[in-house]
Design a protein around this ligand. Sequence first.
Ligand SMILES: [Fe+2]
Length: 482
Amino acid sequence: MRYVKIENAQQGMKLAYNMYDSAGHTLICSGSILTDSYIKRLSEYGFDGVYITDELSDDIDIQPIISPKLRTEGLVSVRESNIDKCRNVAKEIVTQVLNKGALSLDLTDLRSFDGYTYAHSVNVAVLSCIIGFGMNLKDDALEQLVMAGLLHDLGKLVIPQEILNKKGRLTPDEYEVMKTHSTLSYEIIKERWDISAQVKAAVLYHHENVDGSGYPDGIEFENMTIFTRILHVADVYDALVSKRPYKAPYSPYEACEYLMGAGGIMFDPKVVEALLLYVPFYPKGTQVKLSDGRDAIIVENSGKRNLRPLLRLMDRTMLDLQDPANYNITILHGANEEVTDPSIAEEERKKMIVPYRKYRIMIIDDMLINLHALRGFLQNNYFLDLVTSPRQALLQLKRQTEPDLIILDMDMPEMSGIETAEKINGILGGSVPILFVVENNDRGVMAKCRRAGAAGFIVRPYKPAYVKAEIKRILMGRSVAE
Ligand SMILES: [Fe+2]
């Protein structure tokens, strides 16, 4: 079987996997032939794609980590906020994950918008289990961790749908409401004597970052339990690869780049490392574009083949990227990935779910090479003002219309980033968010930046995927995992 994005699904294709609604009821059975009305309906439900079977993919077998039946039971238990049922599901998830010979997250979970929270909770539970397994946690600890995954977003069930699924930018007030959900989840379970303190803490703190910039309490690495740190990574990874009303899904490769880029800022790098062991960058059955212009389907990707998979071209011939004769061919991007070619980027933009507005970003850095590096991957999506001198930037800010975001280098000989930020806030009244670029994640420096109103941090050397996601997070007024 293979994965086809919903916009590429065609009448006559044969479904290879059941499609479920948010209550776990079957919408369309595996083996059904797609019709235009099915495709339209699935698209309205918010599904990003479907698994089909055809002669290009009849030998590609993709195994789910947990059975569809167990996934449905998980959905229902979360939907009903039934803690006893969740406990049974948690046990069974651990059993099924441990019984799997080779763990690999190849199968994309197919989800509708309205059932996002339930499906997300089950996914986070499974991902947490896999990470915990990779970090050698014992079986009973895994069960607790999975339980925390199932319960972590219960509080979202009482957050208004207009905020949860809002297409555009959240207002600061709306974001404050959104942020109450982890405390609400905790409130629901805190009186339960049969739920351990570890689980309760992980639920309450699943949006805390290791650098202290998370919520609700801003605790740091040392005060985050291993459950909390695992749950946080699992939560963000699943949110990134999901399609949401306000964003397209990240490819697994991009999501991994993001997690690595945010290691030490948001996440415990050891936890990220454990997840990376099981994430195929190019999942089996997905379609990719090659550097020679051809399209291909991923047939085999395990172990060393993660970066150089075995492929099938559209004319059915096989192409092995591990063969030295093919070393000159690279995978340009997955079907979902952001592309850097301006003409393709423009096409993608037209297809975006949220009406597109091109934001203006001012980048202040005394090093030209740094400005050029950022320009390289931002110029297709934003209007950029590149400025090498803080004084020049201050002059421009007095005269011109204000940008939507400022990216500011911390170490500049003329004036430090902190001083520059304070002056900018003096001119603009703190209305423009500032993203600091720092040399390392020194807590003291970060605390100073935060006092100067930092909206976020980029640590050098940075990952473009992380920088792009941070910019989006700030411009959209919501964290990546919401
Ligand atoms: Fe959450």
